[in-house]
Design a protein around this ligand. Structure first.
Ligand SMILES: Cc1cc2nc3c(=O)[nH]c(=O)nc-3n(C[C@H](O)[C@H](O)[C@H](O)COP(=O)(O)OP(=O)(O)OC[C@H]3O[C@@H](n4cnc5c(N)ncnc54)[C@H](O)[C@@H]3O)c2cc1C
Length: 475
């Protein structure tokens, strides 16, 4: 069932969703077909326009929605692609329009069936909230932070909230409580306060940082690409080893320009430092663009980029009727562009797990057992993305694992995956599979293909040292 469809609910009363961002609005759309009422609460004032807001301080940073994520959101919000393209959000084949510089050199440009939307994150989030809010049974309560989880007889039965205008505390009761409050989620503390064990938490931090600004280009401006990305070479020399940048075209002829550094080499937010940073690793394109057209925003830095997994699936005991989705469950290093897709998939998993659960349950049954079942289903969605981000980050010098600093832990798998990336710079069919994988429409299974493995092993040293400097010109 999808947004815009108001259907009979199968007898479930109220769902309360904490957080009105990507995961929260997606979850609201997914639950609206099953619950009579869905109440989404947020601590922020929710803007009527697609502007920045306090509760999502990272929304000004570069955000790319994968091709797979677009398809997931389209299922929850049919017509999303059409609406966003009509609003001027660029829509393109990433393999054709991306000038993609991997750590082994430029990828070839070709064509594929994938399509991505290159809009700003604040526009996407605003759009999703608007769509979910138009469903007859979904309502948003702004300036209403969740302060605690109300648990009675082993079941979550409500959320204690504060009205920021009156300062009054009250309880919003619900039959299912969904935590979509992002990285700041304090649900583990709520569990501890109620005498439950907290979920096991794993933090892997390769000390990446961003600094972002925006440029407005003239109508019709066409440099032959829509997106330009240069990643750190990691094993390379000088600044190129730890620095890179990205830029691409968004709605309103905006170009987002983001400097990225890893291993603690963090881009600064002062103008001179930023300009020096984006011209220090061998590419002139980023600085040239800013100097030619000027900035239309300040430069904002962001450094909270660790991968953080709270495993809500492996709990001996839990209150019933409480589930965790989106960044609150698993937050990824944003450089790999997976968070919004996993948030959308969390919502779709909520929908499918609930459907399966209700099919299996006796008609009079409660939701007892659903929370555990859902978190197990969600963990299967999270795991491949977690493996992808963390395997890459393990190889970065000084990576911190649960607070312990290591030189880097290059595993045989990451050494092998690196060489496949090197091969992709030379072979379109490998490049396509890699791009499909980072766009989350293909699993990583193909990496185990025997023929590919033999090819990589036979060429191990050359691929490991490859540095292609020739730039692909066109699709
Ligand atoms: C710098 C950066 C760049 C990123 N780039 C990408 C990218 O390129 N591609 C991609 O797919 N993902 C990217 N991500 C990840 C992406 O932003 C998130 O995965 C995605 O937004 C899903 O977030 P969410 O809805 O779970 O949480 P959030 O977007 O963090 O939203 C949480 C919401 O909960 C509210 N809230 C918090 N606490 C409370 C409370 N107690 N009571 C009520 N409300 C509360 C907040 O106000 C907010 O509205 C990036 C992240 C960062 C930090």
């Amino acid at each position: 069932m999808t947004a815009d469809q108001n259907v009979s609910t199968g007898g479930l009363g109220t769902a309360v969703v904490i957080g009105a961002s990507i995961a929260g609005s997606s979850a609201a759309a997914a639950l609206s077909s099953r619950f009579a009422k869905v109440i989404v609460i947020d601590r922020d004032t929710l803007p009527a326009e697609p502007t920045k807001r306090r509760g999502v301080p990272h929304s000004g940073q570069f955000h790319i929605l994968s091709a797979g994520g677009r398809l997931d959101l389209e299922k929850l919000f049919p017509g999303l692609t059409e609406d966003l393209t009509a609003a001027g959000v660029p829509y393109a084949d990433p393999t054709a329009v991306f000038q993609y510089g991997s750590k082994f050199g430029w990828f070839p440009r070709h064509s594929s069936d994938m399509r991505i939307l290159l809009g700003t994150r604040r526009y996407l989030e605003w759009y999703l909230r608007g769509r979910a809010g138009k469903l007859g049974n979904v309502s948003y309560l702004q300036r209403t932070p969740a302060k605690g989880l109300v648990i009675e007889d082993g079941r979550a039965v409500g959320v204690e909230v504060q009205d920021l205008d009156t300062k009054e505390l009250r309880v919003i009761r619900g039959d299912l409580i969904v935590d979509a409050s992002g990285r700041p989620s304090i649900a583990p503390d709520w569990f501890a306060a109620a005498g439950y064990a907290k979920p096991v938490e794993t933090v892997i931090n390769a000390r990446w940082g961003y600094a972002t600004t925006y440029v407005r280009v003239p109508e019709g401006w066409d440099p032959g690409w829509s997106a330009f990305y240069v990643g750190p070479t990691v094993n390379g020399e000088g600044y190129a080893a730890t620095r890179g940048a990205s830029m691409w075209r968004q709605e309103d002829n905006l170009m987002v320009v983001t400097a990225q550094g890893c291993a603690g080499d963090l881009p600064p937010s002062d103008v001179d430092g930023f300009l020096d940073f984006i011209s220090s690793f061998g590419s002139t394109e980023f600085r040239d663009l800013i100097e030619q057209y000027g900035r239309v925003s300040d430069i904002e830095a962001w450094q909270n980029t660790s991968n953080r997994l709270r495993d809500w699936s492996k709990l001996e005991e839990r209150p019933e009727n409480f589930v965790v989705v989106g960044d609150a469950a698993a937050a990824f290093n944003p450089i790999y562009g997976q968070g919004m897709t996993v948030a959308a998939r969390s919502a779709r998993t909520l929908e499918s797990s609930l459907t399966d659960f209700l099919l299996d349950a006796a008609p009079e049954a409660s939701l007892d057992g659903f929370a555990e079942r859902f978190q197990n289903d969600l963990q299967k969605v999270i795991e491949p993305s977690w493996m992808f981000s963390t395997t890459s980050d393990y190889g970065i010098p000084g990576v911190e694992i649960d607070g312990v600093t290591l030189d880097s832990v290059k595993s045989p798998e990451s050494e092998y995956a690196d060489r496949v990336i090197a091969l992709a710079t030379e072979d379109e069919s490998i490049s396509l599979k890699f791009m499909e994988t980072i766009n989350m429409v293909r699993s990583t299974e193909w990496l185990g293909d025997e023929e590919l493995r033999d090819r990589v092993l036979a060429d191990w040293d050359r691929l490991g040292n490859l540095r292609r400097t020739d730039v692909p010109t066109n699709a």
